[in-house]
Design a protein around this ligand. Structure first.
Ligand SMILES: *Cc1c(COP(=O)(O)O)cnc(C)c1O
Length: 383
């Protein structure tokens, strides 16, 4: 039996990427600017709608860094951030000398809990400092509670940085993720919905704000014939070669999301009759998830001792990659000294949560291999 590695989510090319890359070579646009960068930004603007502006950058992390700068975050400020996330949502807070304040998740979307968010804001203000920004994340492609988070943010007049790194193509009531925050960000890392082999984007409400982001992304050069600088800049622009890959990927983005959603359906059916395993689904029809990763929660009290580690190791022994949930940031050695608000919901999601192979290029044969392992592990469960 074929035992080649099944990845959680691997790059999936559509076929036209190489032609855009060849264009870059034949026209000598081997630079962090050029027709592919402009074309890719335009493709993303059209795709997201809402007349947003998009600036292509070298990484999603770079986009978060610049987004926080645009929102005015600087040294000693406090930034509220979902604890259940990738560390890239948090590191840029530290780059700026600011302090992350970690907020727990709710159980409908596993994302930022609006009630705890509000409690934290009230408490931080009482302690003498109003937080400067809120970072909300659509994890695994699942939109966070858009309306409740927005109403808390507006009540206290704190801007939202929307981390949509995993949620390209997801939407809430028909509006695309990435367009809800005061600033949005996307990632095109190798394992995301689309890839540029490495890249990201910042999404802004105005063209002026995009220009400001690109100013910081290109070494903060003042208008002058020589190199003149009044502010600290960064080198964060996307290569025109990589942007060519992105243009090709934009031609297949919706088709690939359909495939991921079909994989989610496959898992819903696979686990349907297995007691104690819950496949995460959107809370209601207002939410549309790209299901970047299908995730499950395993309750060992119901599965008679089968844990997410039991399943993970069984899959691993068949050369199938799966991964525990993001370990909450407030439990990470590097961040545990920072304030945390919540009731350890993210911790229990981490304890019992597993992300399953969900790449849009997953084959029928690979699905069969996954089914086989799942059925074998849970056959012992017999009721
Ligand atoms: C991938 C990811 C990022 C970082 O994006 P990069 O392009 O890898 O820098 C940020 N936030 C979340 C939630 C991510 O999954």
């Amino acid at each position: 039996m074929n035992n080649s590695k099944i990845w959680l989510s691997s790059p999936h090319l559509g076929g036209t990427e190489y032609a855009f890359v060849q264009d870059a070579f034949s026209s000598n646009w081997i630079a962090p600017l050029g027709p592919n960068v402009d074309g890719f930004e335009l493709d993303l603007e059209k795709y997201l709608g809402e007349s947003v502006s998009v600036g292509a950058l070298s990484a999603g992390t770079a986009a978060i860094h610049l987004g926080l700068i645009l929102l005015g975050v600087s040294k000693n400020d406090e930034v509220l951030v979902q604890t259940h996330t990738h560390n890239a949502s948090v590191n840029p807070i530290i780059y700026l000398g600011a302090t992350p304040i970690f907020i727990d998740s709710e159980l409908d979307t596993f994302n930022l809990c609006p009630e705890i968010l509000e409690q934290a804001i009230v408490d931080r203000i009482k302690k003498g400092k109003k937080p400067k920004a809120i970072i909300a994340v659509h994890l695994y492609g699942m939109p966070y509670k858009i309306e409740a988070i927005r109403s808390v943010a507006d009540k206290y007049e704190i801007p939202i940085l929307e981390d949509s790194a995993e949620a390209l193509g997801s939407n809430f009531k028909g509006q695309k993720c990435g367009t809800f925050g005061d600033i949005g960000i996307l990632s095109f890392n190798g394992n995301k919905i689309i890839t540029t082999s490495g890249g990201g984007a910042i999404v802004t409400k105005t063209k002026a704000l995009k220009e400001k982001a690109l100013f910081f992304a290109t070494q903060a050069r003042d208008v002058a014939p020589h190199f003149q600088h009044s502010e600290i800049g960064y080198n964060y622009r996307l290569s025109n070669i990589c942007a060519g890959i992105g243009r090709g990927q934009m031609q297949v983005v919706d088709a690939h999301i359909e495939k991921r959603r079909a994989i989610h359906d496959f898992y819903v059916i696979l686990f349907k009759n297995i007691e104690g395993v819950n496949v995460s689904e959107v809370p209601n029809a207002d939410y549309y998830s790209n299901y970047w990763l299908t995730t499950i929660q395993i309750d060992p009290k119901i599965t008679r001792g089968i844990t997410r580690e039991t399943l993970r190791l069984a899959l691993d022994s068949e050369n199938i990659e799966s991964r525990p949930f993001w370990k909450p940031m407030h439990m990470q050695p590097v961040f545990e000294k920072f304030p945390y608000y919540g009731t350890q919901i993210a911790a229990s999601l981490f304890e019992n949560g597993l992300c399953l192979p969900s790449g849009s290029n997953l084959t029928e044969e690979e699905k069969n291999r996954i089914s086989f392992v799942v059925k074998k592990i849970f056959s012992k469960q017999s009721v």
